[in-house]
Design a protein around this ligand. Structure first.
Ligand SMILES: [Zn+2]
Length: 327
């Protein structure tokens, strides 16, 4: 795991924090607010990593000191997470007391002690009061980072104990540039960012949902083929999926089916698809799986010459059908 880094549209907040850190003026508690999908938790983690790193390199954690290594392992003794035990539940008073007693001890690594608290509005009233007490008698070199989509859900007394920072959405250009670097070629940062009302991490979630949606559509078509449905009818159902994504997905499934066949369950990379692989294996021998694999590789080459999508899909599904022994 790489050290967490602030995202491009966090730059202004980040600069001010670095100034505070440099001058020894970081407060004991920060409340980071803003709409979901703007990277507030990433920003909080980035600050935690920066503060804990022994040799930060300009505005970034170094990535190789002992503290950075502990952070990379996912366990740093001076970084505490305070969140609900399960999603949608409250953060309870016992959890707050436990963490408060932890941060009263000397930092194990000799530096700062940090608490990441998310989502802050999940604190129930007793938990919020217990936290308030801790913040009223702050320990030196202790930093509470509260993150909230809905700060109005926090008691005003607690809010007033925190320095508040509102994360704003990036400009369109900034958001699209960042998103473009995260997406595959076929996905449009413009469309996704618009659908996510300008919130880049929300757009990324939509993109992942879209990929999952495509995967399900392909799976349904393959299962229909296995049952002997007409490949030409089925081809129409895949029209909206970019051919490259379709081939990549099929290749991954074939490779995994072969792994299952030759090496067993443990070698399979996407175990969610085991039932599908078992179906494919029941229908196809190793030689046929290899034939199909080779066929898909040739189809990949054809993509360079911009083939007619409809014909391409029909040919692909017909050849799959033939290998499966349905004529
Ligand atoms: Zn470091």
């Amino acid at each position: 795991m790489k050290p967490a880094q602030a995202l491009p549209w966090h730059a202004e907040i980040w600069q001010q924090w670095m100034q505070q850190l440099h001058e020894g003026r970081l407060p004991h508690a920060l409340l980071i607010t803003g709409l979901p999908g703007l990277g507030k938790r990433t920003l909080a983690r980035a600050l935690a990593h920066q503060v804990l790193c022994r040799q930060p390199d300009g505005g970034h954690p170094c990535g190789h000191c002992q503290d950075c290594q502990l952070l990379a392992s996912g366990f740093h003794p001076d970084l505490h997470q305070l969140e609900p035990e399960s999603e949608g539940k409250a953060i309870k008073v016992d959890q707050v007391r436990e963490v408060s007693s932890q941060v009263q001890k000397t930092a194990q690594q000799g530096g700062y002690k940090l608490v990441l608290l998310w989502p802050a509005e999940a604190l129930n009233i007793n938990a919020a009061n217990a936290l308030l007490k801790t913040l009223e008698e702050p320990e030196p070199r202790t930093l509470f980072l509260l993150v909230s989509d809905r700060p109005s859900g926090l008691p005003a007394t607690l809010r007033s104990r925190c320095q508040q920072w509102a994360v704003k959405a990036p400009t369109l250009v900034e958001g699209q540039a960042w998103l473009r670097a995260q997406l595959s070629e076929d996905q449009s940062p413009q469309i996704l960012l618009k659908a996510a009302s300008g919130r880049p991490l929300q757009a990324l979630k939509l993109a992942e949902g879209e990929a999952e949606h495509q995967r399900q559509a392909i799976q349904q078509v393959i299962e229909s083929l296995v049952r002997g449905a007409d490949p030409v009818d089925l081809a129409a159902r895949l029209k909206s999926i970019p051919l490259r994504d379709l081939l990549n997905c099929l290749q991954a499934w074939l490779a995994d089916s072969l792994r299952l066949r030759l090496l067993g369950d443990a070698a399979v990379q996407d175990s969610r698809q085991l039932p599908l692989y078992q179906q494919l294996n029941a229908l196809l021998g190793v030689r046929q799986l290899l034939n199909l694999e080779q066929g898909l590789r040739q189809l990949h080459l054809q993509l360079q010459s911009n083939p007619n999508t409809e014909l391409f899909l029909e040919n692909l599904l017909i050849s799959l059908t033939q290998e499966m022994g349905h004529e």
